[in-house]
Design a protein around this ligand. Structure first.
Ligand SMILES: NC(=O)c1ccc[n+]([C@@H]2O[C@H](COP(=O)([O-])OP(=O)(O)OC[C@H]3O[C@@H](n4cnc5c(N)ncnc54)[C@H](OP(=O)(O)O)[C@@H]3O)[C@@H](O)[C@H]2O)c1
Length: 288
């Protein structure tokens, strides 16, 4: 049995069918709070509603599982979680439960730039989770993704239906290395199937683009739309002022400031050379 923590999320829901196709029973663990929870379990899929904040739920989640993927996140739209409570504290709780249950391999989804002194809270929380896993005694792999390409395309297109505009965060000129959900899911599938990359941290990116290139790609599908830049000053303001009513928008603004600084670019080649046969699912495939 393979446990996918956050199995209803963007990555989790792409990964579960891949694990199933490989003939492994899989368990989805999530609260069903920010994203819909499946009403019925498919064959070979076990559903467990639970909260990473609960030690008892984490113990139930890892029971009978040899392998675990941590794909939960508190970065998202809902106000009831945060990188601190989910990406750090939830991960720590889960790692403790997995160590007790003698899980063989835990794959931690993290982000390029994770560091105790990282420029955004998410990166600092991810570094704490990575660190706890490394010293847990469990076989571990850390996959550091770039910014999620699918998520940015959706966020930049959100005002298209109502206001006919594509939103670019900042000047949009800095290169950012993105990772698509499909690309990340395929890597995790391979790591689980092959038991590979144990004791390793891998930076996994799909393509490097500027936000302006993403906007142009969206625009090519919606040529009537306008492109609106949110100035850096407004992002700075939103990163603080939006906190009480939209923590997500505050976090996105902070992350966008970091991305506009050029810090979110990395060399994807060392990671891709480990799995040259994993097909690239990038901007062209997602936008057409
Ligand atoms: N998106 C990015 O740009 C990015 C970049 C680098 C790394 N990552 C990491 O990659 C992984 C996948 O990200 P994603 O974008 O696919 O995430 P996502 O779509 O936001 O999904 C998050 C998942 O976590 C679950 N969750 C949240 N709080 C929980 C809690 N307290 N207990 C149990 N489950 C909880 C959610 O379901 P409920 O809320 O219903 O419980 C959902 O299934 C995450 O670990 C994320 O930190 C993401």
């Amino acid at each position: 049995m393979i446990l996918v923590v956050g199995g209803t999320g963007r990555l989790g829901s792409a990964l579960v069918p891949l694990i199933k196709d490989d003939g492994e029973p899989v368990r989805i663990f999530a609260r069903g709070a920010s994203l819909p929870f499946p009403e019925r379990a498919d064959d070979g899929v076990d559903l467990l509603r639970g909260d990473l904040a609960s030690a008892a739920d984490c113990a139930r989640a890892v029971e009978g599982c040899r392998k675990v993927v941590f794909a939960a996140s508190g970065f998202g739209l809902k106000k009831d979680g945060s990188p601190r409570t989910v990406d750090r504290d939830g991960a720590l709780q889960l790692i403790q439960a997995a160590a007790k249950a003698r899980v063989e391999h835990l794959v931690m989804m993290s982000m390029h730039g994770a560091a105790p002194d990282g420029p955004i809270e998410f990166l600092r929380m991810k570094a704490a989770a990575e660190n706890a896993l490394r010293s847990s005694g469990i076989g571990w792999t850390t996959i550091r993704m770039g910014a999620n390409l699918d998520q940015f395309l959706v966020t930049m297109s959100e005002q298209l239906p109502t206001k006919g505009r594509i939103v670019v965060f900042g000047s949009g000129q800095a290169p950012v290395t993105f990772t698509s959900t499909a690309d990340a899911a395929e890597l995790v599938r391979r790591v689980l199937r092959e038991g590979s990359l144990k004791g390793q941290t891998v930076d996994w990116g799909t393509e490097t683009h500027t936000f302006n290139e993403l906007a142009d790609a969206i625009h090519s599908r919606s040529p009537q739309a306008s492109i609106q830049h949110i100035p850096l000053g407004a992002l700075r303001l939103m990163s603080v002022a939006a906190r009480p009513f939209s923590p997500f928008m505050a976090r996105m603004s902070k992350a966008a400031l970091w991305m506009n600084s050029g810090g979110a670019e990395f060399d994807i080649r060392p990671g891709r050379e480990l799995y040259p046969d994993i097909p690239v699912v990038g901007l062209r495939q997602l936008v057409g």
